[in-house]
Design a binder for this molecule. Structure first.
Ligand code: ADP
Length: 163
């Protein structure tokens, strides 16, 4: 069975990556897909986000990286994925995620939504938190893959992270 993991990934965090690695152990294939959402103004261009995900998942054989606009269920069907995967960090994620899952189920009953609980050590992480810390020069080395930390330093004109 193959799964689609959609998101903004603006930028990719270690929480996202942990979820991708765990999904790669559970599914025969995982498609990580960046949603091009016209109502959001991303900090990183689509190509940058795709590059961040490709570099961070290069060690995972059956992970593909793509992008889409429009309905997630349509893209899931197009990719031949039967499962949409989402991460749950806290109760605050739940209400919104459940609504989206019900909506997607009403549109495409053949596509299931599955939730994976975030790893405890990454449960405080979000792309917004990471950008906020990086903007003010804080260390994000334990929050994002190395390449993303470099991208963040560039974005906010900060010193590149020390190896
Ligand atoms: P979206 O705008 O679609 O919510 P995000 O990039 O913020 O896109 O999140 C994509 C998915 O990754 C969501 O299912 C979200 O709950 C999950 N996620 C976000 N942060 C983490 C984390 N720290 N650990 C595990 N999953 C996460």
């Amino acid at each position: 069975m193959r799964a689609l993991y959609p998101g903004s990934f603006d930028p990719l965090t270690l929480g996202h990556l942990d979820l991708i690695e765990r999904a790669a152990r559970l599914f025969d294939g995982v498609v990580v897909a960046v949603l091009q959402n016209p109502s959001k103004q991303p900090a990183f261009a689509l190509d940058q986000r795709l590059g961040q995900i490709r570099r961070a998942t290069a060690h995972l054989g059956h992970v593909e990286v793509g992008s889409f606009d429009g309905l997630t269920v349509s893209y899931a069907q197009q990719c031949g994925t039967e499962v949409i995967l989402r991460g749950l960090r806290a109760l605050s994620d739940f209400e919104f995620e459940l609504q989206i899952a019900h909506t997607n189920n009403s549109l495409a009953p053949d596509v299931e939504t599955l939730f994976l609980a975030t790893a405890t050590r990454h449960s405080f992480l979000s792309s917004s938190v990471v950008k906020e810390v990086a903007r003010f020069g804080g260390n994000v080395g334990h929050m994002v893959p190395t390449g993303v930390a470099e991208d963040l330093a560039r974005l906010f004109n900060r010193e590149p992270p020390q190896p």
